[in-house]
Write a protein that binds this ligand. Structure first.
Ligand SMILES: Cc1cc2nc3c(=O)[nH]c(=O)nc-3n(C[C@H](O)[C@H](O)[C@H](O)COP(=O)(O)O)c2cc1C
Length: 363
């Protein structure tokens, strides 16, 4: 028999305008209704939509760690959306390892008029059946309670919303109700089939898991990333080669060099440490750009190289560089741990007291 606590379900969605995300939140509410199953909402790719930009991004590998997955996407031409299809296409390794076999799945979609909505839901089902997932339908659950005076996105295969039918705000009350009900039903199945991993009770309704969300870490620690510095020569702010991102910066702040000069002569070690932090924040702001706006896509910091403006007898470079290393670990945790090299130089560009070269691995 499944244990009472520890069942964890992923709500994996793609959304352009936020309609699918609205349904995802209702499904999550339903899943967490009886406090036995925890819902984690993630999207398949980063979005610049203000409603979506802070929602964490799922990795393909993590799918196998959940006790069930609720999939959500917009309807595109009677089919699953392109971004969701692209994400699912990357699950070939999981498929060949049978990693999702026997796990419950359910689907929900946001449509415009609803044209082809059941074809799209069916397309989802076909794909997930190939993974051997246990498909959880809605049947006619909840039908008796919905407002039948306006068109609704109910379907036996999964809830949809008819977003372009604006007689009422969409998702309509009834569509939200059906999505929540879908979550409740799905939780029952996920709980029955899984949930033997942990005896930790679920503390609260944490619909968007934020323990490893870098945006939340930045918020909690009150770390504000600066605006992107401008390239002042014939070079790029970053270059991505494969999964590695290369970034080089000096201590630019608000268009000027912060605490410039030679350590021990023009500036104190403390001032250079502050400049080092400023430099690292610039790097992380650029890194955010390199990840398409989502620092959760950072897999690890590989290496930092710090060069300090010193005279030829200076030896305390490591203590200065810790300002950058500590900040990186503070933000990225274990993923922030890196190899490092430090050295001194007789002069640095525009009088900066520090320059940092950084290499990160991203998804
Ligand atoms: C390329 C494309 C194809 C679409 N095809 C359909 C369709 O076949 N049927 C439909 O009802 N809506 C269709 N739509 C509308 C979307 O499904 C609708 O706007 C949906 O609510 C978007 O969800 P979102 O708010 O989560 O981004 C299409 C939209 C796009 C961009």
């Amino acid at each position: 028999m499944a244990q009472e606590y520890g069942t964890k379900v992923l709500i994996l969605f793609h959304s352009d305008n936020g309609g699918t995300y609205e349904l995802a939140k209702e499904v999550a509410k339903g899943i967490e209704n009886d406090k036995k199953v925890r819902a984690v909402i993630k999207q398949v790719k980063a979005s610049t939509n203000p409603k979506l930009k802070d929602v964490p991004i799922a990795s393909v590998e993590e799918l196998a760690t959940y006790d069930g997955i609720a999939f959500g996407s917009p309807v595109y031409f009677g089919n699953i959306s392109t971004a969701m299809i692209e994400f699912i296409a990357k699950t070939i390794d999981l498929w060949s390892k049978h990693a999702l076999e026997g796990k419950p799945a359910t689907v929900f979609m946001s449509a415009g008029s609803g044209a082809g909505k059941e074809l799209a839901l069916q397309a989802f089902w076909n794909t997930l059946a190939v993974h051997g997932m246990v498909l959880v339908s809605n049947g006619i659950s909840g039908y008796e309670n919905i407002d039948k005076n306006i068109p609704q996105g109910n379907s036996v295969l999964g809830t949809t919303s008819l977003a372009s039918l604006k007689s009422v705000e969409r998702p309509s009350k009834s569509e939200r109700y059906l999505a929540e009900l879908q979550g409740k039903n799905f939780a029952k199945v996920a709980f029955a089939l899984g949930g033997t991993k942990s005896s930790e009770p679920i503390k609260s309704s944490n619909i968007v898991e934020n323990t490893t969300d870098i945006n939340q870490v930045l918020k909690q620690k009150n770390i504000i990333l600066p605006a992107l510095p401008k390239a002042v020569g014939n070079y790029e702010l970053f270059v991505r080669s494969g999964n590695l991102v290369f970034i080089n910066q000096v201590a630019l702040k608000d268009g000027k060099i912060f605490n410039p000069g030679k350590v021990g002569i023009d500036v104190t070690e403390e001032q250079v440490k502050e400049a080092t932090k400023v430099t690292m924040l610039n790097i992380i702001a650029i890194l955010k750009e390199a990840t398409g706006g989502d620092l959760n896509r950072v897999k690890r910091c590989v290496q930092l190289i710090g060069t300090f403006n010193t005279n030829d007898t200076y030896t305390n470079h490591a203590a200065l560089m810790n300002a950058a290393s500590d900040l990186t670990v503070e933000i990225f945790g274990e993923k922030g741990k890196h190899t490092r090299n430090t050295s001194g130089a007789y002069s640095l560009p525009v009088g900066s007291s520090v320059g940092i070269q950084a290499i990160f691995e991203i998804e």
